[in-house]
Design a protein around this ligand. Structure first.
Ligand SMILES: Cc1cc2nc3c(=O)[nH]c(=O)nc-3n(C[C@H](O)[C@H](O)[C@H](O)COP(=O)(O)OP(=O)(O)OC[C@H]3O[C@@H](n4cnc5c(N)ncnc54)[C@H](O)[C@@H]3O)c2cc1C
Length: 443
């Protein structure tokens, strides 16, 4: 059995490892157009902001590791088209030479592409994106220049907010734009984003929320300003972090697609072609909160979907258990984590939800080290099923969100959380734990 995997980043790597580690009869071929594999984009802002020493440890595997396991791997090789009827993948190397690869099973792991707004001036030098390692390097090079004083970041999702922090840490004048009225609007409700927005402003980031960027302006071919609805602002470097679209170029004329163009897959990662699987950012996921197919581009989902595809191709039936879109962010020491749906997201999706809020000290008042913790639990009015949770603190409260992820996955009601056995130890929490207190506060 020969499996060809197109795209050798997080999703493709997970599928390849699953096949190579568990199914010795499998012949695995990996093809990727990039020069490297396994780059952890989550480290770009840490590196650009000099919170880590170098980018070298942001790669967790390499070509040689797969060759040692018996895979054939071609980097700097693009798949130009696929003959789905005859099971042939047409490839072109960086030097222009072409070759074909046949397959029994094909895995599409082609990921996502950053949204590139076609605004006036978009061809100017100094307008960057943050996806590939090479783009992170480019942004870092720009940041290192003394003549780059003003940085404009477009998009205040987690990538935009993180790179805005990094630019500030590098001593730049930073403006952060978003058409939404707050930062992180897709994942958190306003009572949470308000704290993050203040955190950003307190650290000197000029937030322009509810303000659409309409054009880039330049001098001598290089960006010098950004025009938004309420004004024109200096910008020696622009970083676009508006979001991502699934990269469906190879299969869009052949495979069934979701509303945003992602490959529609079943719980075994199979596309509408029985011999073709799709994983990671190019495919849909099943949302347990929505009870519906959706699109959530995260490395965590990419890895899990690769594992599921690998086992099913290898011969072990494995169904995905769905996802909650659990995520976290830490900006200037303020931590926010969420899973499932915010009230706003649930309402947009047509769910009738209630929420419970609670805020308290993390530990008993007698503890010297302490900080406030904020929590919101979102649940369906009728069924009382938990569909989301948000938590925020300067403390590391991140691990608590995983319990809510499991609660959503398992369809647990808010009432079940009220008397849940949660331990107490002053070093960690209060006798009246904030999760218990929040759940008890539910209608
Ligand atoms: C700055 C940044 C920070 C992030 N932080 C986090 C985080 O903290 N946590 C988290 O969970 N997620 C994070 N993500 C998201 C995460 O990186 C993606 O969800 C993940 O990369 C998806 O993996 P993938 O393998 O599906 O796709 P991709 O990483 O997009 O990889 C697709 C691969 O396919 C190759 N390819 C595409 N087309 C072809 C072709 N025709 N021929 C050959 N090769 C092809 C590409 O070269 C690429 O290597 C972050 C993303 C960015 C950009």
């Amino acid at each position: 059995m020969k499996t060809v995997i197109v795209g050798a980043n997080h999703a493709g790597i997970a599928a390849a490892n699953t096949l190579l580690d568990n199914y010795k009869d499998q012949q695995v071929v990996m093809i990727d157009s990039n020069t490297n594999l396994s780059y952890l984009g989550c480290g770009t802002a840490l590196w650009v902001g000099r919170q880590i020493d170098s980018y070298e440890n942001l790669f967790y595997t390499n070509k040689e590791a797969f060759e040692a396991k018996g895979a054939r791997i071609s980097l700097e090789t693009s798949v130009t088209s696929i003959d789905f009827a005859n099971h042939v993948v047409h490839c072109q190397k960086a030097d222009g030479t072409c070759f074909d690869e046949t397959y029994d099973k094909l895995v599409l792991a082609t990921g996502s592409l950053p949204i590139s707004p076609k605004l006036p001036g978009c061809d100017l030098e100094g307008i960057s994106f943050l996806k590939l390692f090479q783009q992170g390097q480019e942004v870092d090079r720009w940041m290192s220049r003394d003549d780059v004083r003003s940085v404009a970041v477009i998009g205040a999702g987690y990538i935009g907010v993180e790179i805005a922090e990094a630019a500030k840490r590098r001593g730049k004048e930073v403006r952060l734009f978003d058409i939404a009225p707050t930062s992180l609007a897709s994942y958190y409700d306003p009572s949470f984003t308000a704290v993050m927005d203040k955190n950003l402003a307190d650290h000197g980031i000029e937030c322009h929320f509810g303000e659409r960027v309409v054009a880039y302006h330049g001098e001598n071919g290089r960006v010098s300003a950004i025009e938004a609805e309420k004004g024109t602002y200096p910008a020696d470097l622009v970083i676009n972090a508006i979001g991502f679209i699934p990269n469906n170029e190879l299969g869009r004329d052949h495979l069934e697609l979701f509303s945003n163009g992602a490959y529609h897959v079943d719980r075994r990662q199979r596309t509408s072609d029985p011999d073709v699987y799709a994983i990671g950012d190019c495919a849909t996921v099943w949302s347990n909160a929505l009870n519906a197919e959706t699109y959530i581009a995260l490395a965590t989902n990419a890895v899990r979907s690769g594992i599921v595809a690998g086992h099913n191709i290898g011969g072990t039936r494995l169904d995905s258990i769905g996802v909650q879109g659990s995520n976290g962010i830490s900006i200037f020491g303020y931590n926010m984590v969420s899973t499932g749906l915010s009230v706003a997201a649930a309402t947009r999706a047509g769910l009738d939800v209630c929420h419970a809020d609670y805020e308290d000290l993390q530990r008993p008042g007698f503890m010297r080290e302490n900080a406030s913790v904020k929590i919101r639990i979102v649940y369906e009015r009728e069924s009382r099923r938990v569909v989301g949770a948000q938590m925020a603190s300067t403390e590391d409260i991140s691990m608590g969100i995983h319990m809510f992820s499991l609660a959503i996955e398992e369809g647990v009601t808010i009432d079940k959380l009220k008397l849940l056995d949660i331990f107490f130890l002053p070093h960690f929490n209060q006798p009246y734990n904030y999760i218990t207190m929040c759940a008890l506060g539910a209608e």
